[in-house]
Design a protein. Structure first.
Ligand code: LER
Ligand code: MN
Length: 274
């Protein structure tokens, strides 16, 4: 059965970003548990921010599991990108993600590649960027397989990347790879900007969707924007989606209220509670 998760950012450089809880991991775990979440998703500054054992103890103490770990700190803190024109920067980006895969894998959670996909530039044209990205995903997908977790790849909207903006483009990219261990992260905020029909896109990505970022049109908590969740929930049911639905939303009006609002929406739309 599909499960609920909520994001926690431990990255000061990401301030202003779409994460529900900030800075204090124990406090976030406590609040998440009180509100009834199954899991947390951690946006960490790096693989040594907290030891996997300490993280496991904290999760166990609160009856939570780890849904996923973000790798975007590689970009926001270090300027790494998997499609940089500089081979050394691409290598450092891959190594950072390998370490994050091990970090998440130690608690059975996949790593997410979002902003680390980078974008084309004056130095890197589209075919080169696509090739760099495919090479990195081949390597990292198989590395994740050895850590017994999938790797999650997230299409982003056009203002964040010009590489992979839609589920269709994501599916094409994954189909071009030989590794079968990369799955798509469908973020409803990005999809609201890029997709013609969100529910149809989810259905078309059926075999590839491995994680959902649950959020409304304006990146506030579900229910605070104008997304129609009925067809989205129906599509996820139709494709038998059984992964995490993770709140990656702005802490609006504050973390606690965004978290509470998301859980209320989750129970309503996925569990049929009124
Ligand atoms: C960024 O916009 C995003 O949605 C994150 O999940 C990826 O870093
Ligand atoms: Mn996202």
């Amino acid at each position: 059965m599909l499960r609920s998760a909520v994001t926690v950012s431990l990255v000061p450089e990401a301030r202003g970003g779409p994460f529900v809880y900030w800075d204090d991991l124990p406090a976030a775990c406590q609040s998440a548990r009180q509100l009834g979440y199954d899991a947390i998703e951690v946006f960490a500054p790096g693989p040594t921010a907290i030891s996997p054992d300490a993280l496991r103890s904290l999760l166990t103490e609160h009856g939570l599991v780890l849904a996923a770990v973000g790798t975007g700190a590689g970009w926001v803190k270090h300027g790494y990108s998997l499609t940089s024109s500089d081979r050394a920067v691409r290598r450092r980006g891959c190594d950072f993600i390998r370490a994050m895969i091990e970090f998440g894998g130690a608690n059975s959670a996949p790593a997410i590649i979002g902003s680390m996909q980078g974008r084309t530039s004056a130095e890197v044209d589209h075919p080169s960027a696509r090739q760099y990205l495919a090479e990195a995903l081949e390597e990292l997908g198989e590395f994740a397989l050895a850590a017994r977790v999938p790797l999650l790849f997230e299409p982003l909207n056009r203002y964040e990347t010009n590489l992979i903006n839609s589920i269709e483009a994501g599916v094409k990219l994954l189909q071009s790879l030989s590794t079968r261990n990369v799955k798509l992260l469908a973020d409803l905020f990005h999809m609201n900007i890029e997709e013609v029909d969100i529910a149809a896109a989810l259905r078309s990505g059926a075999d590839f969707i491995g994680h959902i970022h649950f959020v409304d049109s304006n990146r506030r908590a579900a229910g605070l924007g104008h997304l129609d969740f009925g067809p989205i929930v129906a599509a996820l049911g139709e494709i038998g989606y059984a992964g995490f639905v993770s709140a990656e939303a702005l802490p609006y009006p504050d973390s606690e209220q965004a978290s509470r609002q998301t859980m209320q929406a989750f129970l309503q739309v996925f569990r049929g509670q009124t």
